[in-house]
Write a protein that binds this ligand. Structure first.
Ligand code: HEC
Ligand code: HEC
Length: 231
């Protein structure tokens, strides 16, 4: 926050008021009139760091994910989804709406500069699963239900537009999987890649979602699911 410019402060204030109000207005994205006057090269420090942390580590209290080390293509693609309203559109998705409001004030150049900055930051590592975790069942489920798109190492794959998972914090992962299941993400017309995740999450129980999130933690700490594939 220390480094945030004055205009950015007022934007944050708008966002916080907006996220606190349970009123009807929360269904619309706040109008932001003050453009951010950041230079492209410093965009991360001037805009993103206040919410995502100086090192891209994310802040639990602001519900922001650890974005450090995400592939640049993915960062750009998701910011464009926020911008177009394919993400952060749902009235109950307040964190998504906050990121959407930010995406709307960025120029194309700022988006690609921010993505470049994010991708070079040392990635976070998803928290490990608890000691009594049933690793074998989870490994089998991941190998058969997720690995095809997110790969054996959980790093995602540009050709499938699938996300890197192993650097994200657990609370964020849980929220996203529940968002897909509830149609708060991936549910707009034309969002083909989001729709794939809605399809995958539809049948899952809360416990199963939690199991996958713990398994992503195991993957991040070196578990290898390749031998657990159904023949
Ligand atoms: C006002 C706070 C705020 C600011 C400023 C902000 N973000 Fe976010 N960002 C969020 C929140 C909250 C989320 C989580 C959205 C969700 O739950 O879907 C998010 C999500 C994201 C995601 C999605 C990550 C994923 O794994 O899908 C990316 C990428 C991202 N932000 C990049 C940026 C970049 C780059 C900047 C600077 C240009 C930035 N954000 C500035 C609050 C912010
Ligand atoms: C058919 C391909 C496919 C399969 C199978 C699949 N995913 Fe995904 N997943 C994707 C794509 C594509 C995205 C990006 C969606 C978007 O653009 O919003 C994604 C996004 C995600 C995200 C959001 C990441 C972020 O940074 O916000 C999580 C978490 C996730 N997947 C977990 C899983 C888990 C766990 C499984 C197995 C139960 C799974 N996925 C199976 C394709 C797939």
């Amino acid at each position: 926050m220390r480094f945030a410019s004055l205009s950015f402060f007022s934007i944050l204030a708008v966002l916080f008021l907006f996220s606190c109000s349970g009123e009807k207005e929360s269904e619309t994205v706040p109008a932001i009139e003050t453009p951010i006057s950041a230079t492209a090269s410093g965009i991360y420090g001037q805009v993103c760091a206040a919410c995502h942390g100086e090192k891209g580590e994310g802040k639990e209290e602001l519900h922001t994910p650890s974005i450090a080390g995400l592939p640049a293509w993915y960062v750009e693609e998701q910011i464009r989804k926020f911008r177009s309203g394919a993400r952060g559109f749902h009235p109950e998705d307040l964190p998504g709406q906050q990121m959407r409001a930010i995406s709307l004030i960025l120029t194309e150049l700022q988006i690609s500069e921010a993505a470049k900055a994010v991708t070079t930051m040392p990635p976070g590592i998803t928290e490990p699963p608890p000691a009594d975790f049933d690793l074998e069942t989870a490994r089998y489920r991941y190998a058969n239900e997720c690995m095809e798109c997110h790969r054996y190492n959980g790093k995602g794959e540009v050709v499938f537009h699938s996300a890197q998972l192993i650097s994200l914090n657990q609370n964020y992962l849980l929220r996203q999987l529940r968002n897909f299941r509830a149609g708060r993400r991936g549910a707009t017309e034309g969002d083909l890649y989001g729709a794939k995740m809605v399809e995958n999450m539809k049948q899952l129980t809360d416990d199963e979602i939690e199991m996958f999130v713990h398994y992503i933690g195991a993957l991040a700490h070196g578990d290898d699911p390749r031998g657990a594939r159904e023949k």
